[in-house]
Design a protein around this ligand. Structure first.
Ligand code: PLP
Length: 421
């Protein structure tokens, strides 16, 4: 992928010029920022944890409440946005964000629930093929889910869970993943990895990992929580078997919002945990027809859909649709490289960036490792109106997102960080 080189400059006027020439700058006004006491906006670098509220979210929710009021039960089939098909309009906009075909994507449940739905289908230990490969530093919920499925099958996590240990800076070399896959060989049932590590921000090459897994007869699935809306992906072309992601992080769907779910076309015939909302639409309400799943990822749905949870997400996805992931990535890389550049300029003793420096190996997040200082610096930054994320014991995660963050946000943040050191 081509990689634009901009010669950055350390002064504020440079940040102002970059903002003026940014063709995505108007998207900032489509989001609601928390404010300081004096009314100025806080600097928000926590889109990796909870994305900001789109200004259009409220209206989208009110639209659903109005339909419920005026149409009541008929809202399922009538009105401007009938609830029966509400998710399909979201899927239209979601599929390109993860690089999937529309029938490969649905919107349902929440992330960990979907991890269970996926493991129910795609972890099918048999004979010697019983093992799952994960990161030693996987997000706890992912680990709990995987361990619970190993136990549900009467197997033993001590034996059947293989863990990839990153180096002491948190970096996981792709070659190490390849070796672990080949070494496990015919005993490997499944690879389950986060494609952007929540802690270090490292991006993993999904296509290579999927092809290594396939070579030994295993499946490859990914948790896209920190990638969806952050980096463009090509799930279909890269032959990823299945994936799931939450929508409250970079996708700005609101706290606890509904999650995304992807199954490659090749895998649409797998058995699954079934419910009536995955039943073929033509017989869904017959009530006595045996389970025959709707085609595609929709056939994994289990319950009728939480429309109120989808409404804010529809407002946000419309913005992604308008901006486009390619343009967002272009700005994202510049913005994050600019942050990287300014951090190196202040050259703070004891501050190290854990996130890989190659743009191909990261999204927008930089993880700042500050042993012994992180907690104190975090407090000071909070007091100066910066919202970011502190991970015990020593890491600050900083995520300038291209949809609503500016070059001036980054410049100001680095000034405040420098003062607080
Ligand atoms: C945010 C996150 C989760 C959260 O799971 P929920 O079910 O939405 O609470 C799980 N896994 C990863 C990797 C995450 O980043």
């Amino acid at each position: 992928m081509s990689h634009e080189v901009t010669t950055f400059q350390p002064d504020r006027s440079f940040a102002i010029r970059m903002d003026e020439s940014d063709d995505l700058r108007h998207f900032r006004s489509y989001f609601l920022f928390p404010a300081n006491e004096d009314g100025s906006s806080k600097i928000y670098f926590c889109g990796n944890s909870l994305g900001l509220q789109p200004t259009a979210a409220k209206e989208a929710v009110v639209q659903v409440l109005d339909a419920w009021h005026h149409l009541a039960v008929d809202g399922h089939f009538t009105g401007d946005r009938p609830w029966m098909d509400y998710h399909r309009r979201l899927v239209n906009m979601m599929a390109p964000i993860v690089g999937a075909l529309e029938p490969e994507v649905t919107i349902m449940n929440t992330l960990t629930t979907n991890i269970h739905m996926a493991l129910g289908s795609f972890y099918r230990p048999s004979g010697v093929r019983t093992k799952i490969l994960i990161e030693a530093d996987a997000f706890p919920s992912d680990r709990y889910a995987v361990e619970s499925w190993i136990k549900l099958h009467g197997l033993d996590p001590d034996r059947d869970l293989i863990q990839l240990h990153a180096d002491d800076r948190g970096y996981l070399a792709p070659d190490q993943i390849r070796q672990a896959i080949y070494q496990t060989g015919e005993q490997l049932a499944l690879v389950w990895l986060g494609n952007v590590n929540y802690y270090t921000g490292q991006y993993l090459p999904m296509g290579s990992i999927a092809s290594w897994a396939h070579e030994v007869g295993a499946l490859a699935g990914f948790d896209l929580a920190h990638a969806a809306g952050n980096v463009p992906m090509n799930l279909h072309d890269e032959d990823v078997d299945f994936a799931t992601w939450c929508t409250y992080k970079y996708l700005n769907g609101g706290p606890g919002s509904i999650a995304g779910f992807y199954v490659h076309t090749r895998n649409h015939g797998f058995p699954r945990l079934a419910g009536w909302w995955g039943q073929d639409r033509s017989t869904r309400f017959d009530m006595r027809t045996p389970f025959t799943p709707e085609s595609g990822a929709e056939g994994w749905q289990i319950s009728n859909q939480p429309i109120l949870s989808m409404a804010p997400l529809s407002a946000s996805l419309a913005l992604f649709h308008e901006a486009g992931m390619q343009r967002l990535q272009k700005k994202s890389r510049q913005l994050t490289e600019y942050l990287d550049y300014l951090l190196r300029q202040i050259n703070a003793p004891g501050l190290e960036i854990l996130t890989p420096s190659q743009p191909e190996e990261r999204g927008c997040q930089l993880s700042l490792y500050m042993p012994g200082m992180a907690a104190g610096v975090y407090r000071k930054l909070l007091d100066s109106g910066v919202i970011l994320d502190f991970r015990k014991p020593d890491v600050l995660r900083v995520a300038p997102v291209p949809l609503y963050n500016s070059y001036q946000d980054v410049w100001q943040f680095v000034q405040l960080l420098s003062t607080s050191l």
